[in-house]
Design a protein around this ligand. Structure first.
Ligand code: ACO
Length: 400
């Protein structure tokens, strides 16, 4: 916008857009979203094709380097990630210091931030090789930290990574392996998890990614920037929504209670969690893919869950109800993901952690793009000041 300044003491013109609903904070070539048409593309490739045909590490490569890897590039990338999954033993002690009931997102945020102290060279963000090493470390170590957080809450010994397994299998093993027993992940479950990670891998300038970019624009190391992203993701309106969805389904309990609950939502008593999106105003393409993954996981685990019926009834009623139709509210990525995580045997506190693992390549890709952007200065919005001006200090004994 052109700044209009008539007098020297005029403030000039500025945009006021507190939730950035109409403000582009950057130029980006990573993720394309058309919210009206329900399109999501990573580097130009539709999410539907990537979810069906690619692996999570392949997608991570695509997001970060801009192109699908060749076979050799993918092998090298996978090798780099799988050989950096271990964390320093002191990180383990650090995780051990948390209260037994600490929320795993709090633990993850703190332990990701702590990595910056283990790799002080990470502050050399202009050095391409140093940047590459930190990117590899982040993608490799976040699942290890997440699994440690889970085992900590369970009071179970931590399981070290197994570099012979693929990314999803290794994570499942670190979560669920019992003592010396061999843990063989069901390939259908590992695949469903991989798909979920792909669906969460990036979503342009969402709250957590904006936090990563904003903090990273101060030229801090990438661990500190990504830790800010984990903090933003923790919030119930962002990544915390999948936990809230499951808690909501548990409260509704049965299909008969759905109409009453919907009435409460329409009366403004609460929100239908897992519905609505700032950008998608037609449908969330990720929600469609997840619905299929739900069936695969339930088949693999041989479980049924009455909450799935509750979710389907909520969706059925909401999609026909004027309140939701008028406001363009549809199921988002979080509506069904919690049911999958629950079928995997994960407690609700871990749901957002899974989201964080998936989102890490996106955060890192966006951080890298931001660091390379010559137009990027330190993020520093202005404000519309609404307070008092020019007051004289009143000594304490003269106040009141
Ligand atoms: N349930 C009921 N009503 C809703 C919901 C909902 N889930 N979401 C929005 N609305 C209503 C609002 O009350 C408002 O109605 P009004 O015009 O009568 O006041 C209207 O729809 C517009 O809502 P906003 O809050 O302005 O929409 P916004 O784009 O800011 O919010 C958000 C998007 C935060 C995702 C919102 O839809 C929401 O809170 N959803 C539930 C939480 C959730 O599922 N979050 C996950 C998002 S996806 C992700 O982070 C990966």
């Amino acid at each position: 916008l052109r700044q209009i300044k008539v007098e020297d003491d005029d403030f000039g013109l500025m945009t006021y857009d507190p939730a950035y609903t109409n403000t582009a904070s950057c130029r980006s070539a990573i993720t394309y979203i058309d919210g009206d048409k329900g399109i999501l593309e990573y580097r130009g490739y539709p999410i539907e094709q990537l979810a069906e045909q690619a692996t999570f590490l392949e997608v991570a490569y695509l997001l970060i380097f801009g192109e699908l890897p060749t076979k050799d590039e993918l092998d090298e990338w996978t090798h780099a990630i799988t050989t950096h999954t271990f964390v320093h033993e002191n990180v383990k002690s650090f995780v051990e210091g948390f209260r037994y009931d600490a929320h795993p997102m709090g633990m993850l945020q703190a332990s990701v931030a702590a990595l910056s102290t283990f790799y002080p060279e990470a502050k050399k963000i202009d050095d391409e090789q140093v940047r590459y090493e930190q990117i590899v470390r982040l993608i490799a170590k976040v699942p290890t930290l997440a699994a440690f957080a889970y085992r900590h809450a369970k009071g179970m010994p931590y399981v070290y990574p197994d570099n012979d397994l693929n990314y999803a299998e290794n994570f499942l093993g670190m979560l669920f392996k019992i003592a010396e027993l061999k843990y063989d992940a069901d390939p259908r479950i590992a695949k469903a998890l991989d798909v979920l990670l792909i669906l969460h891998a990036d979503h342009e300038q969402n709250c957590s990614t904006s936090a990563v970019r904003s903090v990273g624009s101060s030229q801090v190391d990438p661990y500190s920037a990504v830790a800010a992203g984990v903090g933003a993701l923790y919030g119930p309106l962002h990544g915390g929504a999948n936990q809230s969805v499951l808690e909501m389904l548990q409260r509704i309990e049965s299909v008969e209670n759905v109409p009453g609950f919907i009435d409460g939502v329409k009366n403004g008593n609460e929100r239908l969690m897992g519905f609505g999106h700032r950008v998608y105003k037609n449908f969330d393409p990720r929600a469609k893919i997840i619905k299929k993954a739900v069936d695969d996981v339930f088949e693999a685990t041989g479980t049924t869950n009455p909450l799935l019926d509750v979710a389907q009834e909520l969706e059925r009623i909401a999609l026909e109800d004027d309140y939701f139709v008028k406001r363009k509210l549809y199921p988002n990525v979080d509506f069904y993901s919690g049911l999958i995580y629950e079928a995997l045997g994960l407690p609700v506190e871990m749901f957002t952690v899974l989201f964080a693992i998936g989102r890490t390549p996106g955060w890192v890709a966006q951080w890298l793009e931001m660091v390379d952007d010559k137009e990027q200065k330190i993020a520093r919005p202005r404000q519309i000041y609404t307070g008092a001006r020019g007051r004289d200090y009143v000594p304490l004994d003269q106040r009141g």
